[in-house]
Design a protein around this ligand. Sequence first.
Ligand code: CP
Length: 318
Amino acid sequence: MSAQTSPLADAYPHRHLLGIEGLQPHEILALLDRAESAVEISRQVEKKKAVLRGRTQINLFFEASTRTQSSFEIAGKRLGADVMNMSVSSSSVKKGETLIDTAATLNAMHPDIIVVRHHAAGAVHLLAQKVGCSVINAGDGAHEHPTQALLDALTIRRHKGKIARLTVAICGDILHSRVARSNIILLNALGARVKVVAPSTLLPNGIRQMGVEVCATMREGLADADIVMMLRLQRERMAGAFIPSVREYFRYYGLDAEKLSAARPDALVMHPGPMNRGVEIDPEIADGPQSLIREQVEMGVAVRMAVLEALSAHLPNR
Ligand code: CP
């Protein structure tokens, strides 16, 4: 038997969340609206709901995570799911088991939702074809990180009251960033103006075709910016020299008070984390009055509750 219908299920008619690409603006907005309610639930003393009661959620992380894994665990538990965190470092993946065999093994245990992070772009889409349950992409290589873009949008909308016609400057290691890619797709879908700022070595081919303005300097990129979104320099994904030195990088692309003064006076600063203080952002800015970085973490739980609830409506009832 299949799933119940509800306004959220009607607004988000998908079994999985594999990326922002392909989502309609009204589907994104339905998730953000639902996340607003989840913020309120999370701020109450009594946080437990029964939306996922009896359901099993597996968090399968092949890459390190603090924010995404813990917030998916908290979100699942707040909705009543039984949540299992699968530690890849102590699993049979270490003995050479393939992603597909791991997926088939977990599928045999009848989970309802699998949340996956993997170092290879496309791995989560492949896994979704091999299992019978719902799959959520928690970050696949440099491809997509859809719940990060949703939580960023929620954070922006709560402060600016809208996304459309805002100017958002995304700065730093665009080349290796799934966060940048998902944010560019989402912000364009909702009508924002998106600028990217990076040295040419940290820009992917074809970036202009994604509907962004490309800027080589922070001064140019931050002009008129309502939101300044900094990205981590992903040195673990760099084979070879992409920047002359960290010191040079901070000098030209690290966000400090002087560079931030090029943005609008009410500009807000974001960073998906983990942050490298003194590499892409000055600690005084990260902890300063314009920073939304801690609030992004709170919104992460709310958005993941909304996504889990949206998918739960499409789970089979037996
Ligand atoms: N922003 C983000 O994905 O952080 P984690 O790697 O800690 O999950």
